[in-house]
Design a protein around this ligand. Structure first.
Ligand SMILES: [Fe+2]
Length: 246
């Protein structure tokens, strides 16, 4: 599949403009510098819907990654196989102006603006690839895939990071949502706790509202180095040395 760039409408352009502008104003104080740096490297612009071919040239040069056009959500096996091959699956359609705040399925703003910038970071991208390799070893085991998906969810989608300047966001699910960007950092409601592989894998994720708990990493290296622990937790679950109830 390819991005049919010529088919974008005036409404698509307006959606990109509005969401991009809003996050560009809000995120300099909320997003991690590695994400903001990625935005600069990729070269997102207000009046230009990102072009997959252009982004792929930049990503290839930075980390050897690239984007693969997908229609929407894809089966786990296909998803992890793409990530293992350093291809990030992304959709090319945009939400409507009437659904700027709420989305049932990830659109291109989420997939591209939210996810692509950090694909320029070697440790983060290495974590994504390594996690997929582990997932593929157990792809027939629905329970193990569920546990690995939780880890993906609470890091790649909803992760926070500790920086000298304060708490910052790196998860794409937060970064592509104006409301959750502020909520995740400033609200007194959610719990924020240090990154813990086993704890995350024991926590079901929330899809229909803001998260109740955010896990905070100290660095992307910490994320990358946690892959050994992921394998260890998976093995302990498989040998029933560790029981995760639900
Ligand atoms: Fe996502």
């Amino acid at each position: 599949m390819r991005q049919e760039y010529e088919k974008y409408t005036a409404e698509d352009m307006e959606v990109w403009n509005l969401l991009f502008e809003r996050q560009q104003q809000q995120l300099p104080k909320q997003a991690d510098e590695a994400f903001l740096e990625g935005v600069r490297i990729i070269g997102f612009k207000k009046d230009h819907i990102p072009n997959f071919e252009e982004m792929n040239v930049v990503l290839e040069k930075e980390t050897g990654w690239g984007l693969e056009v997908v229609k929407g959500l894809i089966p786990n096996k296909e998803f992890f196989e793409l990530l293992k091959a350093k291809r990030f699956p992304a959709s090319t359609w945009f939400r409507k102006l009437s659904e700027l705040e709420y989305l049932e399925e990830p659109d291109m703003f989420h997939d591209v603006y939210g996810h692509v910038p950090l694909l320029t970071n070697k440790n983060f991208a290495g974590f994504l690839q390594g996690l997929s390799e582990i997932a593929l070893k157990h792809i027939e085991d629905e329970w193990i895939i569920e546990l690995i998906s939780r880890l993906y969810w609470y890091t790649v989608e909803f992760g926070l990071i500790n920086k000298p300047e304060g708490l910052r966001i790196y998860g794409a699910g937060i970064l592509s949502s104006s409301g959750e960007s502020t909520y995740s950092l400033e609200s007194d409601i959610p719990i924020r706790t240090h990154f813990d592989v086993q704890e995350i894998m024991s926590t079901p994720y929330i899809k229909d509202r803001f998260q109740e708990k955010y896990w905070v990493i100290d660095s992307y290296k910490e994320l990358f180095d946690s892959l050994e622990q992921v394998e260890d937790v998976v093995n302990r679950v498989l040998t029933k040395d560790l029981i995760i109830e639900s």
